[in-house]
Design a binder for this molecule. Structure first.
Ligand code: KIV
Ligand code: ZN
Length: 505
């Protein structure tokens, strides 16, 4: 009989707290809905006590998501636990996840607590959380550098206090598969009540072993794997969800574990996260990298043409990749567009579909052939939108290699049209400076990327702009157009609108 693995996704908590990966409420909600379609079992939606924004997002996710349990993280503090409960209580299956460090180095230097005090606090806080919620996870932070017998003592007592899952994190990504296997076996042997609860693991990737360590823990009896889409997370990240799931799927013969994950939603989850955060995955990243299914060498291509299995251990369809087929053009109507959207696996509410169709028509006017990837780019642009405080009315650029670039940009805010002119180091820089003048704020350009969505001369340009305000908060904007300067301007305005939206919350 195969064993079911519970997939605990922490993209919106551990992932979101890593550099460059912060998301606003709408983006987190959109990502949570995609995680629900992916069928993760538990979404760790955030750390409610960390900020009012985090609290609001966890609460909104708890109210919206129906098919997954929603967890909120809390330090072992009454005030954190109160807030975590206030945020997750709307979920159909709420979970409070509380944690306390157990390694000597953390207890001595970070917590400044004696081991006995740590044990008592853990027990007291689990019991406190249990008054609110039946589903309680307790994590022993830095478990892999903790004394295994001390861990077993704490786990035994927190189980008696009401914990239903005990999590063994490799917080600093220090352990190795064999060592982690032994640690879990030792904990199991020395914790009499261990069989009453689920054992969970949460591995960081500092030595590149997060996935391998998680799998070793599975062999030692862990039934919950904590992971993130694209492996995002603190420092080198967390175990990558897509890798764990596809290993279990591809190597059933070794692991004999199953998950509820709909593997054909993997690619969409990965792409959505990339679009929201602007953090790309490396091309050779396992499963979701751009080259993961590409065969460059002639020998490989020949083999694959004769029989795919010569060089392919998984099919690209299994992760939801579609061939980049040419589909629509400027004569395609609404019905064909809707059919295509459905075929690509998206269900959009009517207002989003209307906007996406309008954009499609606009693009199809300028671009002869509209490919699946173009349509996906259009849809993902429409799906995570904030109120459009500023919109672009028009722009004029004067640029060349013998003159200083000048940009005139006119934007609309409410009923006002505002126009500014600026010079810059190239047309894009000039346009960005003109926008900055219009919004009358000092903004720093943190990152700017432009890439084509598909090949060809009339390919859509997909621009990404990351700006930060004076408080250092970073906002990511996206823009799409067949004209790269227009795409860049749209991306900058999108980032500004996100900033205004967040500041208004
Ligand atoms: O890495 C870690 O230890 C954590 C805990 C809060 C589970 O993220
Ligand atoms: Zn972590």
């Amino acid at each position: 009989m195969s064993k079911k693995i519970i997939i605990f996704d922490t993209t919106l908590r551990d992932g979101e707290q890593s550099p460059g990966c912060s998301m606003n409420l709408k983006e987190k909600l959109e990502m949570a809905k995609q995680l629900e379609r992916l069928r993760v079992n538990i979404i760790e939606a955030g750390f409610p006590a960390a900020s009012p924004g985090d609290f609001a997002s966890v609460q909104e996710i708890a109210k919206t998501i129906k098919e997954c349990s929603v967890a909120g993280l809390a330090r072992a503090l009454k005030s954190d636990i109160d807030q975590a409960w206030e945020a997750v209580k709307y979920s159909q299956a709420p979970r409070i996840h509380t944690f306390l460090a157990t390694s000597d180095i953390h207890m001595q230097y970070k917590l400044k607590m004696e081991p006995q005090q740590v044990k008592e606090t853990a027990v007291e806080m689990v019991a406190y959380a249990k008054k609110y919620c039946s589903d309680i996870e307790f994590s022993a932070e830095d478990a892999t550098r903790s004394d295994p017998y001390f861990l077993a003592e704490i786990f035994e007592e927190v189980i008696r206090a009401g914990a239903t899952t005990i999590n063994i994190p490799d917080t600093v990504g220090y352990t190795t598969p064999d060592e982690f296997y032994e640690l879990i076996m030792t904990i199991r042997k020395n914790t009499p009540s261990i069989d009453k609860v689920n054992i969970s693991v949460h591995c960081h990737n500092d030595l590149g072993l997060a996935v391998a360590n998680t799998l070793a823990a599975g062999k030692a009896g862990a039934v919950q794997f904590e992971c993130t889409v694209n492996g995002i997370g603190e420092r080198a990240g967390n175990a990558a969800l897509e890798e764990l799931v596809m290993i279990l799927d591809t190597r059933k013969d070794i692991y004999n574990f199953t998950t509820d994950i709909k593997t054909n939603e993997i690619m969409r989850s990965s792409s959505l996260l990339t679009r929201i955060t602007g953090v790309k995955v490396q091309p050779n990243k396992a499963i979701v990298g751009a080259n993961a299914f590409a065969h460059e060498s002639g020998i490989h291509q020949h083999g694959v043409l004769s029989n795919k299995k010569t060089y392919e251990i998984m099919t690209f369809e299994s992760i939801g990749l579609t061939k980049n087929t040419m589909v629509l053009g400027k004569h395609s109507g609404r019905h064909a567009f809707e059919e295509k959207v459905k075929q690509l696996g998206y269900t959009l509410p009517k207002d989003e579909l209307d906007k996406a169709f309008a954009r499609f028509k606009n693009i199809a006017d300028k671009k002869k052939e509209v490919y699946d990837r173009d349509i996906e780019a259009i849809i993902s642009k429409e799906s995570v939108q904030v109120p459009k405080t500023y919109t672009l009315k028009r722009f004029v650029i004067n640029s060349g290699n013998t003159i200083t670039s000048t940009a005139l940009v006119m934007m609309k805010r409410d009923d006002r049209e505002i126009e500014e002119v600026a010079v810059g180091d190239g047309p894009v820089d000039a346009a960005f400076k003109a926008i900055e003048k219009i919004v009358t704020q000092k903004l720093k350009l943190e990152d700017y990327q432009i890439q084509s969505v598909t090949e060809g001369e009339d390919a859509l340009g997909d621009a990404l702009v990351k700006i930060s305000n004076e408080a250092g908060r970073v906002y990511v904007g996206r823009g799409l157009s067949t004209d790269v300067i227009e795409a860049s301007i749209h991306a900058f305005i999108n980032a500004v609108n996100k900033m205004i939206y967040e500041e208004s919350m």
